[in-house]
Design a protein around this ligand. Sequence first.
Ligand code: DNO
Length: 361
Amino acid sequence: MEMTFRWYGKDNDTISLSDVKQIPNTTGIVWALHEKPVGEIWEKEEIAKEIEYITDNGFNGKEVESVNVHESIKLGDESRDYYIENYKKTIENLSEFGVEVICYNFMPVFDWTRTEMFHPLEDGSTALYFDYEKVKNLDPKELIETVSKSSNNLTMPGWEQEKLDRISELFEAYKDIDEEKLWEHFSYFINSIIPTAERCGIKMAIHPDDPPYSIFNLPRIITGPDSYDRMFSINDSPSNALTLCTGSMGASKKNNMTEIVKNYHHKAPFIHLRNVHIYEDHSFVETSHYDNDGDIELAKIMKILAASNYQGYIRPDHGRHLWNENCRPGYGLYDRALGIMYLNGLWSAFQLNKEGAKNVQ
Ligand code: DNO
């Protein structure tokens, strides 16, 4: 495995690459052109500049998260072919700079959703929190307002301003789109872009919906193992791939992440590892990465990956906010660094374990 760290860019992140450099065994930076309006082509000069900065700081930039998909494609409207052509051009351009994996998602309107950015935990830290009942009864506009107010003016990935400004219009447009329709539009999209990705040697690694069920009556389709089987039956190219995310798909009790990782990691060039605790009423909180703090069996998951000598990219995912760090919600330095060290430790231990206790002096 290769350990990576998600970073929002020189002008956008509270963390510098020299900070990241101090985290052991971390060699890749997961990046994106965060300022780029969704749907526009990522030009070569812009890509070159970002990659150069990353490599000058001693990292590789082989994983991009995310090239977001324009709503026209998800809605299947008359502009979708235009945006698909742009998307293909972006894939081509990224491939010229050594990018291997593009993470993306196919969630209508919202990317990941939480009701609270700084929910207090018993240990004195704060963490991201999703209140199930609240979301059931909340007007999405209210949610946007609460979240924007509490997020330290740092934008959430996937909540592009351009989209938030026309939220009512978007909800109206999705009125007639149910899950089946969204699957149709997803099939059209992957069947259009995968041949380009394949030619360019890029893996398109879809991220699961977060949380993995419908919210605000919007359809969601990448919600569990059945979704994976269906997407591979639509297109079985090796470029049609997964970003496994234990905290996103694992936010539903229906999904056993240990089983899912066991069965699908060979289709996943990229894995996000984090822990969540799910309450009786389906609300959930993002805990530390440590096994006993949440419901995800990260130790077993690392054992599975180590046993199969997993060769893909891993990153710790959201962390708690520790030691008064002022950071982008979920994307601070300290808890993600602790997460990496936990995962590194498990990985090393399982490597030793493979050699067998007998050989250890
Ligand atoms: C949240 C992230 C998501 C993810 C996208 C992938 O922190 O895991 O925003 O990057 O859904 O496209």
